[in-house]
Design a protein around this ligand. Structure first.
Ligand code: SAH
Ligand code: SF4
Length: 394
């Protein structure tokens, strides 16, 4: 569905996506849609559709089965019919890398386009960083993904497919909530998730479904650079934790580094945060703040950040992200001493402001380093692409 007000500049392909072999991928479809697909394919009687869809759902999302022949509680003719008309797909793995700190990055491909996902293991959790677009519609000036031309939005199947593939790689089928490595999901890979809301919502609903992957909404965080008109719907229809890429506290600096600010300014954004459904002191909104030397890291920026959070009475925490470098970038990482000073100022005002430890930098898997191919672009080409995206913003 197009978003009112021209916030959705890119046409979105909708699942089910027909594959070159004419079969339909069942991954990415809701339970009801699987039932309808079985009916339309003439494989079940109307009164069986729901039951069969539920059984198939369990095989796909609870046991991780991709081969219909293994779905042993279905009749042989049904299994053969499924095999002829459907698949349980996965993105193709093109490259897999492991960092010295244990972070893993995969370069994936589906329908001809490449995108990345990252798994970050910690002592008490394992976080999968999922991409929502190939490239990004936007062009935050400090972000490597932002230098890519947007290729396309990922389908719900491709978004869920990343979680399925991570479970495959980690050997975590059947999907039991106990003792598993993959415990959290962040929509913080390539792309702006609120620029194609429907696919992201459909994918996350599947990931949260209790009969399948069963990840709680409390363990999922969606990060947006500030697509204000879609924030309320994200809260109402998905209900996951919200992270907002704030990165600056003045119009001048945010306009420069997060150009979407020219469309939806800081006040509008913070007002939308104040109204975000489900945010409270137990479920705070995370403000991401990338530390750029001499740009947004002064003491007065920290004080202004505190003032804004208090003015809007936001249940908030701040994540300070040391900027991760990439080839040809126009910024520097803030000095450690300054990052610490900034953090202390925010903490002293009673707002949590931890400094994030960069993960997976050696394999270009850290925040803002994802890009399907790491070409080094000239400054002129970077500027040209930025201008092109700005013009598309309208
Ligand atoms: N597009 C969404 C989600 C993906 S980006 C968004 O912008 O919120 C995940 C986080 O990494 C964002 O806060 C983003 O601003 C930040 N980021 C981008 N480039 C970075 C870099 N080079 N170093 C550190 N953080 C970066
Ligand atoms: Fe896109 Fe997020 Fe990177 Fe900005 S920070 S260019 S919105 S991926």
């Amino acid at each position: 569905m197009p978003i009112a007000g021209g916030t959705d500049p890119v046409a979105v392909p909708r699942a089910p996506v027909s594959r070159p072999d004419g079969r339909t991928d069942l991954v990415g479809l809701s339970k009801a849609a699987i039932g309808e697909a079985l009916l339309a394919a003439g494989l079940v009687e109307p009164k069986q559709a729901r039951m069969r869809a539920k059984q198939i759902w369990g095989w796909i999302y609870n046991r991780g089965v991709t081969d219909f022949a293994q779905m042993s509680d279905l009749s042989k003719p049904l299994r053969e019919g499924l095999e002829a008309q459907f698949v349980v797909g996965r993105p193709e793995v093109i490259e897999a890398h492991v960092s010295t700190d244990g972070t893993r990055k995969w370069l994936l491909r589906s329908a001809g386009e490449e995108y990345e996902m990252v798994f970050i293991p910690d002592a008490d959790r394992g976080t999968l960083c999922v991409s929502s677009q190939v490239g990004c519609t936007l062009n935050c000036r400090f972000c490597f993904t932002g230098t890519m031309k947007l290729v396309r939005n990922l389908t719900a199947a491709e978004i869920v497919g990343q979680v399925m593939l991570a479970r495959d790689s980690l050997g975590e089928w059947p999907s039991s909530p106990e003792g598993r490595l993959l415990t959290n999901i962040v929509m913080m890979g390539m792309g702006e998730p609120l620029y194609h809301f429907d696919n992201v919502r459909d994918a996350l609903k599947i990931v949260m479904d209790g009969d399948g992957l069963a990840l709680s909404k409390r363990r999922i965080t969606l990060s947006t650079s500030g697509v204000v008109p879609m924030m309320a719907r994200a809260g109402e229809e998905i209900g996951v934790n919200l992270a907002v890429s704030l990165h600056a506290v003045t119009k001048e600096i945010r306009d420069e580094i997060v150009p979407l600010n020219r469309k939806y300014g800081i006040d509008e954004l913070l007002q939308a945060c104040a109204e975000y459904p489900g945010a409270n002191n137990a479920r705070r909104i995370t403000f991401e703040y990338v530390m750029l030397k001499g740009k947004n890291d002064r003491d007065e920026d920290a004080h202004e950040l505190v003032r804004l959070i208090k003015q809007y009475k936001l249940p908030a925490k701040v994540n300070l992200i040391p900027w991760n470098p990439w080839p040809g970038a126009p910024y520097d990482t803030s000095d450690e001493v300054q990052v610490q000073r900034f953090s202390d100022i925010v903490y002293r005002a009673g707002i949590s402001a931890p400094i994030r430890r960069p993960r997976g930098r050696d394999i270009m898997a850290a925040c803002g380093q994802l890009k399907s191919s790491s070409e080094k672009l000239s400054r002129a080409e970077l500027d040209r692409r930025a201008e092109e995206k700005l013009a598309a913003l309208g």
